[in-house]
Design a protein around this ligand. Sequence first.
Ligand code: NAP
Length: 305
Amino acid sequence: MHIYDMIIIGGGPAGYTAALYAVRAGLDTVLFEKLSAGGQMALTGDIDNYPGFEEGIDGFTLSVKMQQGAERFGAKTEYDEVSNVDFSEPIKRVRTANGIFHGKTVVIASGANPRELGVEDEQKLIGKGVHYCAHCDGRFYKDKTVVVVGGGNSAAADALYLSRLAKKVYVVHRRDTLRATNVYHEPLLKAENVEFIWNSTVEQFISDTSVKGIKTKNVTDKTLKELACDGVFVSIGRKPATEFLKEAVNLDENGYVVADESTRTNVDGVYAIGDVRTKVLRQVVTAVSDGAVAVHYAEEYLSKS
Ligand code: NAP
């Protein structure tokens, strides 16, 4: 039975930073990634707030660079989805479709996925007018009318991006003000083709084989309104990818793995890094920081065990 020093679950910026630090520290390490490197970062268009790239960098390119940077020192990626884990013994077990893998330490870096609206037919219309990534799918809406749902930084950034492509962008938000940081407010309010539908939620998709519009509901006076559009970009935050953990570590009420800045969970030798852990600021720069910190504590743990 092969026992790894470290098993990393997830190949986003946090996971590949942990891999880089681990292999450079001489730890026998494997990283499991279910799809391709980068996680949510790979779906992001321009990243302007990750230092070192004075012109900014697109998320896909940065993802490939992070993977290659770790692989340069021998990090190994297994393209395999983790289905469950068992942390009840000091040698932890991680199960994938290809078998059970054993590790002295485990780093959870599984990130978070886009949250859905939960409106009827949403699933059925994914890719047929319902989208969760403006930078991936916005190009289909050149000179068309789109709706962005949400009022956070992602929704604001998506609306700005789409305003440069689409003929018209409606922003449907359930409050009367954006949660997004001020940096987005002025350009959004200035964009002539952006219109805010405040205090409103999406009640229904109007569709035949694809989206033709939405029905919104005003949360204060409960009035319904139809809005014709070609596409809807749902940008209402993310939900952590922690289903495979079941009861193995403590999760908070929203499903995030409970861990502080040390990245240590309630289980010795198990760490949570990046968007999957409880934290104030979910950014690439805080994810990579977590990766380095986790390896520091894992080395300390391994030296004592
Ligand atoms: P977020 O900050 O959690 O915002 C989610 C937005 O969606 C909120 O406006 C929320 O409304 C709304 N919402 C949530 N559930 C909803 C529902 N069921 N129906 C309608 N609206 C709903 O999420 P985010 O914008 O994806 O950002 C996630 C993290 O990434 C944040 O920490 C953010 O700062 C960061 N981020 C940073 C940048 C940047 O710095 N450039 C860019 C993108 C993301 P309420 O306001 O009413 O709660």
